[in-house]
Design a protein around this ligand. Structure first.
Ligand code: GLN
Length: 460
């Protein structure tokens, strides 16, 4: 723990940590040492972890990247955090993310890193002029820079997979409902899911085993699926594994660097005995408009709790109650969050609900059905995580739609609630992006995480 705290300080230029508390971390580490000495060590005993600042924590501040939660401290730990602690993990600190997990670049954070007065996105350790991806950019950056052996993340539409790809690490988003959402600051409740981000599939499997399990009393959408040991299939042969390759994931807009790295990885899978099966996911393109209706609709409802009354920011000067709400929300939320609240309120409003929200829900079901058809012919699906490598800070920050379009390959799996992961498969070779990491996405059927991790582990 001391080693990683020292590294975090030495690499403060990455702007990844938003809260550190060495005393608490070292006290937890000492307690872990004592359990090891007593022979009562848990599966993750003494492992220092960074938590995405979307998980509420008792011993560290929680901001969800928002001015709205500045100075907020939760009276309890998120279930995922307490489950990891029960397995022996030590909390190193909290890491930055896009505000309320809305974003693909970390540029939507409103919170400054530890030791800095200026709000800035987390830096990509491979090139500090680049974004680390988002929204779990802090988690990906600290693992890539070895400021933490592993981190937690959350994925609503790609926020574990895309930053993992951009920072050259491994991440897995389990089946929707596997991990409890209790204590995860809500963005879009029908999509939000927690998962680990680490150096390898094996590390992810160890962490995921501790994070999952039913939580019916606190999360009504938690699945009635028992906790599993996700390491059990890691070393199985993948001889005969059918890998579905959707042609829609290799169309226009995919950069040459990503295409050739993913193609090479697919060839390597063939050498390992897997069979490549061409499949179709015909509604891939529709996942962007469908997601950017459903997620903002749910967000507009979830964020109504930030009203200046119960917790977080409250405007200093106001007239009546309505004025207090208005000023608090105008001051507390950033532009992207306001944009989503407006879109969400609009698509849910009388007269537009049928045209937008209901229509989006119908297409969401069709997208899920397309996956079920595909899984008749294959065991896992493989393709790129994102169309390009990490872009430069500022390059797309004035253009929300340009950001939304980069989510094209991750959104459909999220809408269907499927497990998905990102594994590093190579580096860009073009002059402009040379040396930047590239990730490949693996999607599996419901509850098939162990097989995904097996496929990833055999590759690594
Ligand atoms: N980039 C997507 C968005 O902005 C996904 C974010 C996420 O998965 N939390 O909504």
């Amino acid at each position: 723990a001391q080693h990683f705290l020292d590294r975090s300080q030495a690499h403060a230029n990455l702007a990844a940590f938003v809260d550190l508390n060495a005393e608490t971390t070292l006290a937890q580490a000492k307690a872990a040492d004592a359990r090891i000495a007593a022979g009562t060590a848990g599966a993750l005993e003494g492992l220092p972890l960074a938590h995405k600042d979307i998980f509420v924590t008792r011993d560290f501040a929680t901001t969800a990247g928002s001015r709205m939660l500045k100075g907020y401290r939760s009276p309890f730990d998120a279930t995922v955090v307490s489950k990891l602690a029960e397995a022996g993990a030590v909390t190193l600190g909290k890491v930055n993310c896009d505000e309320f997990a809305m974003g693909s670049s970390n540029e939507n954070t409103a919170v400054a890193a530890v030791g800095s007065d200026t709000v800035q996105p987390v830096r990509n350790p491979w090139d500090t002029k680049r974004i680390p991806g988002g929204s779990s950019g802090g988690s990906a950056a600290v693992v890539a820079a070895r400021l933490a052996p592993a981190a937690t993340g959350t994925d609503t539409g790609g926020s574990i997979r895309q930053p993992a790809a951009f920072c050259g690490i491994t991440g897995i988003k389990p089946t929707y409902g596997r991990a409890s959402r209790y204590g995860m600051v809500a963005f879009a409740s029908s999509l939000d899911q927690a998962g680990p981000m680490a150096r390898s599939a094996e590390d992810c499997a160890l962490l995921l085993s501790a994070m999952c399990g039913p939580d019916p009393d606190r999360d009504s959408t938690s699945l009635d699926a028992p906790a599993e040991n996700f390491t059990r299939k890691l070393n199985d042969s993948i001889e005969g594994l059918r890998i579905g390759v959707p042609k829609e994931f290799f169309g226009e807009g995919l950069s040459d660097d990503v295409r050739s790295a993913v193609d090479a990885a697919l060839q390597q899978y063939e050498q390992l005995g897997a069979k490549l099966v061409p499949i179709a996911l015909p509604r891939t393109e529709l996942s962007i408009p469908v997601y950017y209706i459903i997620a903002p609709a749910e967000a507009s409802s979830n964020l109504s709790r930030f009203d200046g009354v119960k917790f977080g920011h409250r405007a200093r000067d106001y007239g009546d109650l309505a004025d207090m709400y208005k000023k608090t929300r105008a001051e507390g939320f950033g532009d992207e969050v306001k944009r989503r609240i407006m879109i969400g309120t609009y698509v849910l409003s009388h007269g537009y609900y049928d045209a937008y929200y209901l229509q989006a829900q119908k297409i969401r079901r069709m997208i899920a059905d397309d996956f079920q058809n595909a899984f008749k012919e294959c065991d896992v699906i493989a393709g790129p995580v994102a169309p390009t490598v990490a872009w430069k800070i500022g390059e797309k920050s004035d253009d929300p739609v340009a950001n939304y379009l980069t989510d094209i390959f991750t959104l459909s799996g999220s809408l269907a609630g499927l497990p998905g992961m990102s594994i590093p498969v190579g580096f860009a070779k073009s002059e402009a992006d040379k040396g930047l990491p590239i990730g490949m996405q693996l999607l599996g059927n419901y509850l098939d995480e162990a097989r995904l991790l097996n496929a990833a582990h055999r590759f690594q």
